[in-house]
Design a protein around this ligand. Structure first.
Ligand SMILES: Nc1ncnc2c1ncn2[C@@H]1O[C@H](COP(=O)(O)OP(=O)(O)OP(=O)(O)O)[C@@H](O)[C@H]1O
Length: 621
């Protein structure tokens, strides 16, 4: 193939000022990271020197004065050629030749970190002398934020010891980032776990800002002392006294630290926010992705040397390693939970009192855990708050509703008849009930059908039914247009006069019919075609109720209708469901009429008889 002579190869042109601005001002969320980048370079330089000379000094010193800030490290330093290669070339890093190896050893890797200093400095000056090449003279590199720099070879006496000093001159308006107290705070926040001692000189005092080895790497007299130290450390750094602390030590992934169990319920969708250090340097205190979603009840404080940072060093890079670490840490928390269940049930109970929801969420995906937690997880039921194990012992068939409304509708009635019902209306509960046979094969679980409740109610004697025949006929006539049948049963508690029962199919059909009535054209046709023969709703009148019994003696048909409408309304209200407009109108009318009756009977001298009298009846409608 002949080369196309009209095609010219070009290199990208870079607007240096724009690039410096982009990297220094827009990559990081706050200028405070400038100190982290300086510390990181100093630590990496010391590490690099100690690879060749394990006895090399390690102390890093930060000095703050009127001129600005200075960081001195006794690290590997740079030759003049290194300065041109690494300091003057954006995106080139000495720490990346052998990428995987470098990642394990060094904190930096992208070759852009130093530019973060331009967020607070107008000038960066580096004076450095190589430890690798003792004959090489010291060099000075000075750069300004407009993207220009100069390199100057220094005399051998201008810097004798190998290592590097970085000087920052504050940018006008950014002086507050150089206040000694703030510098101490930043050095502590980012670098308290760094492996080499860091001190800050400024404001007339010298402060050591490193606090290594980390609290989990120290030795203690007893496990109790260790636990107390971990808890105290968590309280100081995270700001809360944890319910419990779980040590995290995953050697393969180079992870050390602890998970602190939140003392208050956490929002499952908020995502875990963890304080993560990479090789002793703080990555962030709201780092996400470290634990599985279900473990939202824990906040971690960990140091790792395998996970990778994003370029801004403010988050974890989502890769396979992070996925594996997440799984391993999740495993640790699960082991802790199962361990508590087996050995310290009182502590488990305290945990569940706060984090019931998290554990339920987890148990849905983890049958082993569900089995272990079965004796401890609590649910609302007609027997009160119970564990599933307790409930199964009392009820051969476990029945549950899938909504809180359904539960309220039947709970007291079912309980009075001895039918046990669990409320599956709360988050995750119905899912767990349905999973129950998978962990307890001899348990029968059924979603509650209103038929079951009806069947549990005692039928009444024929004679009693006959005595109320007039009332029942009036009731059926009044409620038929509302799609509701009327039946008579005898049940406890006697204080409930009427019960409104509606299966889910009935409710669905009712919603369909209402929508069809409002819809027009094609929709009305489609909804019409979906019409089904769902069982009708039922108003179950309670023969044990004194109110219902007394109705047998009422002759006035109008009053009977008003009363049945009032009972229907009362039963509907007990279901806690939204009322249809037709129901609201009916309930209002019924209560108005009842008030009318009551006021007339109270006003008249022989009022009570009037309830049975036909003369006033017409006026009630
Ligand atoms: N204190 C120092 N001592 C020796 N070399 C240094 C020092 N500071 C910077 N360098 C050199 O300058 C290079 C660029 O530094 P820079 O901070 O911009 O990037 P990095 O540390 O390599 O990566 P990152 O962008 O992830 O921080 C480094 O790779 C290193 O070779």
């Amino acid at each position: 193939m002949l080369a196309d002579k009209s095609v010219n190869e070009h290199s990208f042109q870079v607007d240096l000022r724009g690039l410096v601005d982009l990297l220094s001002h827009h990559l990081y969320s706050s200028p405070r990271v400038y100190l982290r980048e300086l510390l990181q370079n100093a630590v990496d330089a010391v590490t690099a020197r100690r690879q060749a000379d394990p006895s090399a000094p390690t102390a890093i010193r930060i000095t703050v004065d009127e001129a600005g800030l200075r960081v001195d490290d006794p690290g590997v330093g740079l030759t003049e050629a290194d300065v041109h290669r690494f300091l003057a070339t954006i995106g080139r890093s000495s720490k990346r030749d052998d990428l995987e190896g470098a990642r394990r050893e060094f904190l930096g890797q992208f070759g852009i970190g130093l530019l973060a200093c331009f967020t607070v400095a107008e000038r960066i000056r580096v004076v450095t002398r190589s430890a690798a090449d003792p004959q090489a003279p010291p060099v000075e590199w000075a750069a300004t934020s407009d993207g220009t720099y100069s390199v100057r070879r220094l005399g051998p006496d201008e810097r004798q010891a190998p290592g590097t000093s970085v000087f920052l001159t504050p940018r006008p308006g950014a002086e507050r980032w150089f206040a000694p107290d703030l510098v101490v705070e930043l050095a502590r926040d980012f670098g308290s776990l760094l492996p080499y001692e860091v001190t800050v000189d400024g404001g007339g005092r010298t402060v050591r800002t490193t606090d290594s080895p980390a609290v989990w790497d120290r030795s203690y007299d007893s496990p109790a002392a260790r636990r107390a130290a971990l808890l105290a450390y968590g309280e100081r750094v995270l700001g809360f006294r944890a319910l419990d602390v779980v040590e995290l030590d995953i050697e393969l992934a180079g992870i050390r630290g602890a998970a602190y169990i939140l003392p208050q319920p956490a929002n499952p969708s908020a995502g875990g926010r963890h304080r993560v250090y990479l090789k002793g340097m703080l990555l962030g205190d709201a780092t996400t992705g470290l634990l599985p979603d279900w473990a939202f009840f824990a906040r971690c404080l960990v140091d790792t040397d395998t996970l990778r940072p994003t370029a801004s060093r403010e988050g974890l890079f989502e890769d396979e390693t992070l996925g594996a670490v997440r799984e391993a840490l999740g495993g640790r928390l699960r082991d802790w939970l199962t361990g508590l269940a087996a050995q310290e049930p009182h502590r488990l109970a305290a945990f569940l009192a706060v984090h019931n929801l998290g554990v339920k969420s987890l148990a849905r995906h983890d049958l082993d855990l569900f089995r272990i937690m079965l004796p401890y997880l609590e649910f609302e039921s007609t027997d009160g708050t119970v564990t599933l194990a307790e409930f199964a012992r009392r009820h051969p068939v476990i029945r549950f509703t899938t909504s809180v409304d359904d539960f309220r509708q039947v709970a007291s009635i079912a309980a009075a008849q001895g039918v046990g019902v669990l409320n599956g209306g709360y988050t995750y509960d119905a899912e767990l009930f349905a999973l129950l046979p998978a962990v307890a094969p001899d348990v029968v679980v059924e979603e509650l059908d209103t038929e079951v409740v009806t069947a549990a109610l005692d039928p009444v004697d024929q004679a009693d039914e006959l005595a109320l025949a007039g009332f029942l006929a009036a009731a059926r006539g009044a409620l038929d247009p509302l799609g509701c049948d009327v039946i008579l049963r005898s049940f406890l508690p006697a204080s409930v006069s009427a019960l409104y029962l509606e299966s889910r199919a009935t409710r669905g059909e009712r919603t369909r019919a209402e929508t069809a009535a409002e819809a027009d054209g094609v929709w009305a046709e489609i909804l019409g075609a979906l019409k089904s023969e769902a069982p009708r709703a039922r108003l179950v009148l309670n023969h044990r109720s004194p109110v219902v019994r007394r109705l047998a003696g009422v002759r006035d048909r109008a009053l009977l209708v008003t009363t049945i409408e009032a009972l229907y309304g009362q039963a509907l209200l007990m279901t806690h469901r939204p009322l249809r407009p037709a129901d609201v109108a009916l309930v209002n009318r019924a209560f108005d009429d009842l008030l009318g009756w009551a006021s007339r009977s109270a006003a008249g001298p022989d009022g009570p008889e009037r309830l049975d009298g036909a003369d006033e009846g017409e006026e009630t409608k």
